[in-house]
Design a protein around this ligand. Structure first.
Ligand code: B12
Ligand code: SF4
Length: 473
């Protein structure tokens, strides 16, 4: 979707192709072909932290060696935050920060005319004389309603329809940019700085209908950072898609959803809303405050929404961030106990646990992390090391404030929890297997004896059941 968004504004203005390294085995060869045979001058790469970064580094290095004149531009979450580190590598020529489709188009226009990089908002570049990285301010977010539709004809869409527990033919969409909050552990803040702009309910429903009609989709996942920010948009959207008979999924804030009327809940349930991803984050109000969770977030509200969604048969998928400094052990204990309360209120709740992994964003958490000796890598080579890849995927075992017994404790608890409450999104787990897992894990769950659950580890391998964290991001 990142590349479809960037491509959409180039249609009819610049010649381009989309090459998706996730599905094309010979991406480098294809890029080489376009450089050699079609005189392609610019390679634009979308980069998330984690495995995508690792591929981007090795492939851009190779491409720059093979084609020194190819201009390589990086965009997306990773370069937006770590633009200076990216520009220290000689295989990255420019970084575009934030929602960058219009900035990128402008950059291509400027390449034709010769330009002064310091005036293009959203562009980070190497200073011509000192060769040091420099960045202009973030660009304004383009209004999603004023942007063209995704140019689906540019990719083979059959690659992107996949089975999920919501439907045999599930596809993603993204209908809004940003989020109006400033949680200080969240990378979204660095991309949008508290802004949220959305496509109308009508346009979002029309796109959904296109996915259904053209690709026989029966479920849609909305990857918006905060799909549910505006109640009237959601209610109208739900009303407009009810006749499609699909299932759908989105991400929300708990306090926002608690303000929704019964009428909106009714509409959402009737329109096929199956599951909502919610940032519960912590079992402690004190930690929620430390996170600048904002709005009116409290742990009581997490319990309230769990109950509310049970009433409507919509599954809450709660994400928790554990191991927060300055007292990671106590923080983790409190949240583990709280998760059990959530499960009591709504046993269907999905639980996703992450370890706090800082983003470069001012706030108490990051300040605490730095005071504990945390520092981001200074080169891309370090970022792609095993240690920092684990960090990017939020399972680092080497953060200065996280000691081994703590990570083991979280993993053990996770194993017991997932056996006692196997995830409802697992399509392979029969009810007999669920019952077996539950029986074997019950004593541990109730006595809080999570240590060394070897029998569950064996069972997990044997039954190959899905653990919820593999479905989270
Ligand atoms: C879809 C998604 C995924 C998919 C990726 C599918 C794929 N192969 O690309 C899956 C589920 C696999 C995934 C996995 C992960 N993800 Co992810 N993912 C997302 C999600 C929900 C949507 C991204 C998206 O498509 N948005 C729609 C498009 C239109 O917007 P966009 O990507 O932001 O693109 C715009 C700008 O960023 C910019 N831009 C982006 N690329 C480029 C490139 C150029 C050249 C230019 C000019 C501009 C530009 O312009 C675009 C248009 O405005 C985001 C959160 C979000 N809502 O954005 C998280 C998010 C990006 N993921 C995140 C993470 C952490 C991960 C994982 C590391 C998680 C894990 N524990 O393993 C993995 C790593 C995956 C990898 N391969 O490296 C984090 C990044 C946090 C951070 N510190 O930066 C995010 C922000 C979620 C979050 N809130 O924490 N993810
Ligand atoms: S509400 Fe969610 S998306 Fe918005 S800043 Fe907080 S964690 Fe990030």
């Amino acid at each position: 979707m990142s590349l479809l968004a960037v491509g959409a504004v180039l249609e009819g203005e610049h010649d381009y192709v989309i090459i998706d390294g996730n599905v094309e085995p010979n991406a480098i060869d294809r890029i080489g072909y376009f450089v050699r045979e079609k005189a392609a001058r610019v390679l634009a790469v979308t980069v998330m932290p984690g495995p995508q970064l690792r591929n981007a580094v090795s492939e851009c290095k190779t491409l720059k060696k093979l084609h020194p004149h190819l201009i390589i531009v990086w965009g997306g979450y990773f370069p937006t935050q770590h633009w200076d580190v990216c520009l220290k590598a000689d295989y990255v020529d420019y970084v575009i920060r934030g929602h960058g489709e219009l900035v990128f188009k402008k950059l291509l226009d400027e390449f034709k005319n010769g330009f002064e990089p310091s005036i293009l908002r959203g562009l980070a570049y190497r200073n011509a004389t000192a060769h040091t990285p420099a960045s202009n301010p973030l660009p304004a977010i383009p209004h999603p309603d004023e942007l063209p539709d995704f140019p689906y004809h540019r990719v083979d869409m059959s690659n992107y329809v996949r089975p999920t527990f919501m439907g045999e033919r599930t596809m993603p969409h993204h209908s809004s940019y940003g989020c109006p909050f400033f949680c200080n552990f969240c990378a979204v803040v660095n991309l949008v700085n508290g802004k949220w702009l959305a496509q109308s309910a009508e346009r979002t429903a029309n796109t959904t209908e296109i996915l259904v009609k053209n690709w026989q989709v029966n479920a849609v996942e909305f990857y918006d950072n905060n799909f549910f920010t505006k109640q009237s948009r959601v209610a109208e959207f739900a009303d407009r898609i009810e006749h499609l008979g699909i299932h759908w999924w989105g991400e929300a804030r708990i306090d926002t959803l608690l303000k929704y009327s019964e009428n909106t809940w009714d509409l959402m349930a009737r329109s096929g809303l199956k599951m909502v991803f919610l940032g519960a984050e912590s079992g402690s109000d004190e930690t929620l405050q430390r996170m600048d969770k904002g709005g009116s977030a409290t742990v009581e509200k997490t319990l309230d929404i769990a109950g509310k969604m049970r009433q409507y048969g919509i599954i809450p998928e709660f994400s928790f961030v554990l191991g927060n400094p300055p007292e990671p052990e106590k923080d983790t204990e409190t949240t583990i106990d709280f998760i059990k309360r959530v499960k009591k209120v709504n046993p269907q709740s999905e639980i996703i646990m992450y370890l706090y992994s800082p983003v470069p964003l001012s706030g108490e958490l990051y300040e605490n992390a730095k005071a504990n000796g945390f520092e981001f890598p200074e080169t891309l080579e370090e970022w792609v090391s095993d240690e920092w890849q684990e960090f990017s995927q939020r399972r680092s075992l080497t953060l200065p404030w996280i000691k081994d017994p703590l990570t083991r404790k979280v993993r053990n608890f996770e194993r017991v929890l997932n056996a006692y409450y196997p995830t409802s999104t697992d399509m392979r787990l029969t009810s007999a297997r669920r019952a077996l897992l539950r029986t074997l894990s019950a004593w541990r769950y109730h006595t809080r004896f999570y240590k060394m659950p070897l029998e569950l580890q064996v069972l997990q391998r044997f039954l190959a059941y899905q653990r919820p964290e593999t479905s989270g991001f």
